[in-house]
Design a protein around this ligand. Sequence first.
Ligand code: ATP
Ligand code: MG
Length: 389
Amino acid sequence: MKEIILVKYGEIALKGLNKSTFEDMLQKNIKRRLKKLGTFGFYRRQSTIYITPPEEADIDEVINRLQKIFGISAIQRCAVFPKDFSVIAEHAPEYLREALEGAKTFKVESKRSDKAFPMKTPEIQQELGAVILDAFPHIGVDVHEPEVTVRLEIRDNGAYLSALRIPGAGGMPVGSSGKSLLMLSGGIDSPVAGYMMAKRGLIVDCIHYVSPPYTSERARMKVEALCEKLTDWCGNIVFYCVPFTELQEALRDNCPEELFTVLMRRFMMRIAERVARRTRCQALVTGESIGQVASQTMDGLTCTNAVCSLPVFRPLIGFDKTEIMDYAERIGTYETSILPYEDCCTIFTPRHPQTKPRVDQLEQSETLLDGEALIERALTGIEVVDIRP
Ligand code: ATP
Ligand code: MG
């Protein structure tokens, strides 16, 4: 039986945006994600994209991928029949079995855009309803709140029958809101922050700081693995790996120990902002959540924020750790995040970090080193990797 897939994108994202730009972007993202599964046909109409898979396509895998593409509100699998009601009636029960076997109530909804089709809409609904009641005697009709809605569309090029509507990932197509740079650690939080911003239509590139030999190659590979997981949701990611050892050693050797963490975070922000500006990213993203650790107090955040003039998005700011962990599991990053490798944030940590740092105090400490030269050398040593799904 030939199947096609309908992708619905509703009205959510259409308000501020030119509709066709939005649709083009969504379709492009879908094409890119399905490319390796074969050559698909695309056709758009009424806030729906009709996707025709090639013969050999694994439809379950297609659906699996579509469920991770932002901008899609629902996905519907349809069987394609010739426009002959007796043929439809003969095969419908078999096709609908999975959806109807366990359900108590259903209704039939029909649309007939091909006006040459001999039956009118109410008649189609009645007749197909009767076929279903015949084949599944346990089920009843409920036109108001059915458990399953069976849809039959009579279109110019065939009749489409469906019952399964799978929820999509929601949000806006990646790329429709601009580009951001995510500060990605190996932890649980920052990948979730990246997912959230991609969901709102941002391209998410990633920057990661490493301090060899204090941090290992395996720790870096773990972060690249996280990036790969994120590509399921974010699409292509440019990964910037920044050598941070010299800066951290300079901070350790020259500045007050209790300010080490906030000073380090200010340098991370400065470097990220420069990379963002050079690569046309319009915002930074972090996985910070208020009060989670010493550097994420109000004063800590104020001090890190003070060195940066691009907007900094912190989508997890009001989330509890347990909520973030639930998200991480759901989006598939948790298992990788909990691998026990070191991060540059966990080396040289002060015994008693200052929880109420002040900007003037930090600026004073920063005069004790040549920050500008250190930043320049870190920027020169950046490695760039293209990460694709
Ligand atoms: P995460 O789980 O994301 O590591 P965290 O709770 O461990 O967060 P911190 O280690 O204080 O918190 O880091 C706060 C934020 O700083 C992270 O969410 C991330 O955005 C950024 N960050 C931390 N370490 C790095 C790193 N090595 N490279 C890039 N960004 C980092
Ligand atoms: Mg961390």
